[in-house]
Design a protein around this ligand. Structure first.
Ligand code: NAD
Ligand code: UGA
Length: 341
């Protein structure tokens, strides 16, 4: 059984490092965001920076992220950007760590699977070591992929999953499972304060145009008048959460009292053919839909049970897919320089 979210460890929390008190004048919370130059991370940074009491440090190796996503904060006195790979130790003094660093799109995490596993294992261990040394609270963005090709639908946090341990997706899904294990081991053994979010498919502005995930692919294809590539059979389902809702859920989880794991996602479930029809209707009614071959071990269905998030965090998503798609279209058109005609 997964934990029910209460603190399961009676050990005292590691003592805060005295250096943590050396804050930039007004700020009273210094927050590290690993992977903060990426899609979700940069939106999270925007939200954290809105609070004048926060100092934010981003550590990112720019594998799938970009300085461009953070350009409005570069040079701000409460913001620091460090080129850093989390597979190496990091010495900073912080109160909270949002640990997001990890390529998320299947084409990028499969590109160098050993590095993906190192990022999940060694990277998470490094960030837990940091949390332990400075007495910081740490939140991991785990994934719905820990449920693998789920045999229980919708997925509840107590489900242990149906995961191929040696397939082409394993570097990511098993990597995140190891990361969750490490989080709980540091919690039980050292008293580190942990939070685990099981993030379900998230979309929105700033996704890389060539990211390879389904929503960004379909939107770019619709804008370019190219056929929408539905991978067969097209009946596989996903549930898509708009990024502002995701950021809200992550911040609530960090601020609350529950360790998790907690599913954060939008329960609206769509087949890939339905998603393609939606994109067609909203963005380009003339575009064609083309069936193409799928990749191995693609999960056949996915939908979060968000009862825990509702009950424990008072959180539920607000943005419907039909409202989120045009916001993402606008961002893609601006970046591609293709105005709506
Ligand atoms: N977007 C989703 O649908 C989704 C779903 C489930 C889980 N997640 C998780 O949320 C997090 C963010 O996802 P995203 O969609 O923003 O992806 P993203 O690829 O846009 O962002 C990941 C960021 O991590 C950085 N990074 C990768 N490896 C690193 C390393 N070794 N050291 C330092 N930085 C590194 C990348 O450069 C990038 O900026 C990831 O942990 C991902 O597993 C995302
Ligand atoms: O939410 C999650 O937990 C995970 O979901 C995604 O993995 P996946 O759902 O496979 O994401 P996509 O690559 O966007 O694929 C979604 C579905 O769309 C299909 N697809 C993808 C791309 C495309 O052009 N056409 C298409 O039909 C795929 O076959 C798959 O069934 C993310 O990429 C992971 O980072 C994340 O951890």
């Amino acid at each position: 059984m997964a934990t029910n979210g209460e603190r399961t460890c009676t050990k005292p929390l590691p003592s805060p490092s005295p250096l943590r008190n050396a804050k930039f004048f007004g700020a009273n919370m210094r927050i590290l965001v690993t992977g903060g130059a990426g899609f979700i991370g940069s939106h999270l940074v925007d939200r954290l920076m809105e609070n004048e009491k926060n100092e934010v440090i981003v550590a990112d190796n720019y594998f799938t992220g970009s300085k461009d996503n953070l350009k409005k904060w570069i040079g701000h006195p409460r913001f620091e950007l460090i080129r850093h790979d989390v597979t190496e130790p990091l010495l900073v003094e912080v109160d909270q760590i949002f640990h997001l660093a990890c390529p998320a799109s299947p084409i990028f995490y499969k590109h160098n699977p050993i590095k993906t596993m190192k990022t999940n294992m060694i990277g998470t261990m490094n960030m837990l070591g940091l949390a332990k040394r400075v007495g910081a609270r740490i939140l991991l963005t785990s994934t719905s992929e820990v449920y693998g090709d789920p045999l229980i639908h919708p997925q509840v946090e107590s489900y242990w999953g149906n995961v191929n341990p040696n397939g082409v997706r394993s570097c990511y899904d098993e990597g995140k499972r190891v990361a969750e294990t490490l989080m709980f081991d540091y919690h039980r053994q050292h008293g580190v304060e942990i939070r685990i979010a099981r993030v379900f498919n998230t979309y929105g502005p700033r996704m890389n145009i060539d990211d390879g995930r389904v929503v960004s692919n379909f939107i770019a294809q619709a804008i370019w008048h190219e056929p929408l590539t539905v991978q067969s059979p097209g009946t596989q389902t996903r549930s898509f959460c708009y990024v502002s809702d995701m950021v809200d859920g992550l911040i609530r989880l960090m601020q609350g009292d529950n360790t998790g794991p907690i599913n954060i996602g939008n329960p609206g479930e769509f087949t890939m053919l339905q998603l393609a029809e939606n994109v067609k209707e909203v963005i380009n009614p003339k575009v064609e839909i083309k069936m193409v071959e799928n990749t191995p071990d693609d999960p056949r269905q996915r939908k979060p049970d968000i009862s825990k998030a509702k009950e424990l965090l008072g959180w539920e998503p607000k943005v419907k897919l039909r409202d989120g798609l045009p916001l993402m279209e606008e961002d893609f058109r601006t970046r591609l320089g293709v105005p709506r005609n």
